[in-house]
Design a protein around this ligand. Sequence first.
Ligand SMILES: NC(=O)c1ccc[n+]([C@@H]2O[C@H](COP(=O)([O-])OP(=O)(O)OC[C@H]3O[C@@H](n4cnc5c(N)ncnc54)[C@H](OP(=O)(O)O)[C@@H]3O)[C@@H](O)[C@H]2O)c1
Length: 225
Amino acid sequence: MKTVLLFGASRGLGFEIARQLYVRNQRIVALVRPTTDSALLEQLGVEVVRGDATSADDVSSAFAHAGNGATVLSTLSGRDEQGHFVDEIANALITDIARHSTTERFLLVTAIGCGEMRPFRSERAIAAFGDVVDAKSRAEAYLRGSGVPYTLIRPGGLTNKPATGGGMLTSNWLVHGSISRADAAEQIVSALDSPRTIDRAFALVDEELAYFEGAERTVVAGSAP
Ligand SMILES: NC(=O)c1ccc[n+]([C@@H]2O[C@H](COP(=O)([O-])OP(=O)(O)OC[C@H]3O[C@@H](n4cnc5c(N)ncnc54)[C@H](OP(=O)(O)O)[C@@H]3O)[C@@H](O)[C@H]2O)c1
């Protein structure tokens, strides 16, 4: 089993990914901020490296701890003390360090509306999340231009509802919708097993909750890779 180096594992989707990787008996290394509680991660056997994802030294230490050939996965989100989105600056830093290491792949979790999905954003979504989605889009573009093998996964709205098993990866850029963190994590962990997800981007929603913005509610046929 290859090592997975996680950024953003302390809570939310990142923690759920760590939990599902643990069930698969995978070696997991996670960079966690010094003031953040990591007790639950450590109970899962996650090797916690303390540091900040905006620090080149701290991110380099996490890569060194993970060792050669790790798969890198980031669900980072938030702002640094200056108000910059870590979604952009930390993920660009991780990309730079991955470029100079033997990273097998960088799977970056962003959001519906990023990259090619930009023309299909609703006015409501632009008003609510436009700035962070733009920051995430710049991180996507930087990773795509880096030469590091990548997978971009763009979830819709994340919920803490129980899993339905209906998670769907799709390259239909018209799609909108939501998904539970449990189902999203399942699809993301599965994507790591598939060579067909390398150097590609996907939206991620629950099939039953998928719809086209501005059109009558429509279930999109599954198009998982
Ligand atoms: N919420 C939604 O509906 C939604 C929809 C679409 C996409 N997304 C995206 O999906 C991903 C997961 O979202 P989520 O809501 O489940 O998780 P989240 O609560 O946004 O988790 C963010 C993670 O980033 C970490 N982090 C932030 N700044 C950091 C730094 N400087 N150094 C190290 N770690 C740092 C946080 O650690 P701490 O615990 O230390 O703060 C936390 O683990 C995010 O990228 C989010 O933008 C979310």
